[in-house]
Design a protein around this ligand. Structure first.
Ligand SMILES: O=C(O)CC1=CCC(=O)O1
Length: 92
């Protein structure tokens, strides 16, 4: 199943920069492993915001929840999930 996911990152203003950098580094490594194995085919920055739109290609709700809740930034993100179904007019 495909899911469109918006993630808004809200790190606490008082988080020490070294801690923020360490979490972001782990987030990058984890997201790139999922991109490489094909489960995170799109990752786009929302221009002008600390947010992204992503597309996940996973078995279903349970796998998506497992992946999202394992993100190092998960405790610091607002996440909005939209399940995608095929559009009848789509040619691809
Ligand atoms: O920077 C973000 O939008 C949060 C994030 C998701 C994957 C990643 O590497 O950073």
């Amino acid at each position: 199943m495909l899911y469109l996911v918006r993630m808004d990152v809200r790190l606490p203003a008082d988080m020490p920069p070294a801690q923020a950098a360490e979490i972001k580094s782990r987030e990058k490594a984890y997201s790139q492993s999922l991109q490489r194995d094909g489960r995170w085919p799109h990752l786009w920055r929302v221009a002008g915001e600390y947010a992204n739109y992503s597309v996940f290609d996973v078995e279903g709700h349970d796998e998506l929840h497992e992946l999202l809740s394992s993100l190092p930034l998960f405790p610091y993100m607002d996440i909005d999930v939209t399940p995608l179904a095929r559009h009848p007019s789509a040619i691809a």
